[in-house]
Design a protein around this ligand. Sequence first.
Ligand SMILES: Cc1cc2nc3c(=O)[nH]c(=O)nc-3n(C[C@H](O)[C@H](O)[C@H](O)COP(=O)(O)OP(=O)(O)OC[C@H]3O[C@@H](n4cnc5c(N)ncnc54)[C@H](O)[C@@H]3O)c2cc1C
Length: 506
Amino acid sequence: MALSCDAYRELAAIVGERYISSKQHILAGNRVKTPEIPFEYHSPDAILLPGSTEEVAAIVKVCNKYGISFIPFVSGVLPDAYANREGTVLIHLKRMNRILEINEEDRYAVIEPGVRHVQLYPEVRKRGLSYTAASVGPGGSVLANFTSTSGDHHTQYGTSRANRYLLSVEMVTPEGEILRTGSLPSGCGWFCPDGPGPGLRSIVRGYFGSHGQLGIITKAAIGLEACKGPAEYRTEGISPHHRVIFDSDLSRVYVFNYDNIQKVCDAMLALGEAEVCSTVQKYFYLPLTLLMTDSANDFWKKWTGGYKEAMSMPLVVHIAAQSLREREYEEKILFDVVRETGGVRLPEELENWWSEHMDFFMVVSRLQSVLRLGGGWMPLKLGADSVQHVCDVGQSIGEYIYEFTETGKIFDAPENYQIIPMEYGHFAHIELLFMWDRTNPAAMKGVGEFRARSRQEDLRRHFHAEDLGCLNPTMEELGPLYSNCHIWMRKIKESFDPNDVANPML
Ligand SMILES: Cc1cc2nc3c(=O)[nH]c(=O)nc-3n(C[C@H](O)[C@H](O)[C@H](O)COP(=O)(O)OP(=O)(O)OC[C@H]3O[C@@H](n4cnc5c(N)ncnc54)[C@H](O)[C@@H]3O)c2cc1C
């Protein structure tokens, strides 16, 4: 369905002809990039590039007037950022890309949606500060992650999830009203997420973010913290052969391998109880081997030449300390815990890779290597619960994944899941990453079958294993397992968005 002439004219009057397009080739280039994912996707009817909050609000009002769905968009790495039905426009926020303030004294930054990690992170680090960055890579929108798509990430063990650091925001509601939350409307600045009266923090960010379903965030303040470990780093080489090195005694990475997940769980809990280390996680061995290689051939040589066995269940630990004494103290506890739980330190050759790729612990800049095999890949589960609970989920994968790996439907890497404890082990996240051969029709069919099987197994066991996301078919299916939150979500959506135009997915 194309936009009516009247709707197009009104939208063009807001942003100017230069910043609107309904050309077919432009629209087709902005369809979802992963057609094998079994959802319905359409070209949008138009793409708009507003330059201010007022323009965003005016666009949203026109959308309500004509019943047009709208989706905010920055990097588009998530499928939810694309049109999933006819009669949809994309509101591309890349022009709104200013860092408005970095407040060193009160430790917060105020940003617009188009600001990427590659822009903000170095600025913050230069000032001896840092923030908890998603593992999406340098091109992801900082604001989208903190407000709208907050998941878990590699460095949350000693910090937390990104959206716990969200302060005041400015947003455009689904009906086009400009709203300011937290300390901002009282004239007290950006520093606090709640102000007088009922807080809107949970509505704005939810647990995983509302993916544009409750409006468009146009400015946000995020909390910063004192940088743990060195503020300076050295880089060598060019991407993807680059290295990022901390020349400092305050930072060390250790990697241990385990032979079963319960021992990993025990180690995570013991480290959390002692409140030591900056990053602790069980990483997935297939992407890890891919990250460590320079070509597809190199990958096969390493994967079949012992890497798979040596790193079958790797526990990656980064100590980032404020002093040498602190580092030594944390090391002592770490080695005691590993000895008691039966971990085996990785050979130097494998462990050293980490100290040369310290970007992993800041803003991961090598993720593209994971696509080196040219196949399809998809993350599953992505939920969170206690460390023991998610380790039980990990353990259960072994009971059904073999039906898919042994028939060649998915890559044979049964332990390819990561577990990341957060806030010193009070809870943890799990992600199962599976890959398949795009040229094999049986494998393409297997993608849907494996997703369905994984969910079925989790529901049967009442596992809190999946990321509920926003109001979509997954939420409807899993809601009963989470206190019927889908019913509450529906009520909130209906009251904020009576015309159901803000990124509807049901
Ligand atoms: C390889 C990979 C790794 C990832 N790792 C992590 C991770 O470790 N942790 C994590 O949390 N996430 C992760 N993600 C998910 C996601 O990419 C990030 O959350 C990212 O910050 C989203 O930014 P984006 O610019 O790509 O947003 P987009 O894909 O453009 O948008 C994402 C969603 O947010 C909505 N949205 C965007 N901007 C706004 C806005 N201003 N107001 C309201 N809604 C908005 C969009 O409509 C869409 O539904 C990963 C993704 C990939 C592909």
